[in-house]
Design a protein around this ligand. Structure first.
Ligand code: URA
Length: 228
């Protein structure tokens, strides 16, 4: 990563983690004044993601997939990475998995537009392969800044990759389910990815338990668990 890119992200409040073994000289602190959108707000972050060339996925993407939904939402859904349809449309979870995610949200009392949905990875990995460690480390600061800006009451990680990357753990998803974790103080609940549920519909019951857990956390936070 170039020092200038690091400085811009730093000025925007985006924490950048340089992968182990790839340390580069620390950049000078830049002022936020020169940034498009003033630095640090949603627009500046979206612009930075749109122009991002921090990993090789920028070479194969059709477009970046920033995130979608209510920027005042109390429930944030975090997935893995855009697939083919998301890459085409520029919006997360618009393919078959997205249709199931919408149904899951509706069952929990939310319309899609009431929550905020984003991925760990903002660009599609070719052939839907898992994002590499380096790709995830380069992209994760954007998600972390989205979380800071949104300040959700609960984060629902859908799928192993989202859960393990966000919680920085290798624990299998089957073991992560059922717990309430903390990310900078914010509660995180883990469930299966809708694409997995499409392949294994018998697991939907467990996912419903996870959604109820997330709703319980929301209710604890507000006394009104049915509000996004
Ligand atoms: N799977 C994800 O994890 N994210 C998407 O946006 C689409 C499918």
């Amino acid at each position: 990563m170039q020092a200038r890119q690091l400085a811009i992200l730093d000025a925007m409040g985006v924490a950048v983690y340089v992968p182990r073994g790839r340390a580069e000289p620390a950049p000078a602190r830049a002022s936020a004044d020169g940034l498009p959108g003033g630095g640090g707000d949603w627009q500046a972050l979206e612009d930075a993601v749109r122009g991002c060339r921090l990993c090789g996925l920028c070479e194969t993407r059709t477009q970046t997939v920033f995130g979608v939904g209510n920027r005042s939402a109390r429930l944030m859904v975090v997935g893995e990475a855009p697939g083919a349809e998301e890459d085409r449309q520029g919006e997360p979870f618009v393919g078959r998995a997205g249709i199931l995610l919408n149904a899951m949200l509706r069952a929990a009392g939310f319309e899609r537009g009431e929550v905020y949905i984003a991925n760990v990875q903002k660009c599609r990995p070719p052939n839907n392969r898992d994002p590499s460690d380096e790709e995830a480390e380069r992209c994760l600061p954007y998600l972390r800044r989205q979380i800071e800006l949104l300040d959700p009451a609960v984060i629902l990680c859908v799928g192993r990759i989202a859960a393990q990357r966000l919680l920085d753990t290798d624990t299998p998803i089957g073991k992560l389910r059922g717990g309430v974790y903390r990310l900078d103080g914010r509660p995180v609940v883990v469930t299966y990815h809708p694409a997995y549920l499409l392949r294994s519909p018998g697991e939907k019951r467990k996912s419903w338990e996870d959604l109820k857990l997330a709703l319980g956390v929301l209710a604890e936070g507000s006394g009104d668990g049915n509000r996004a």
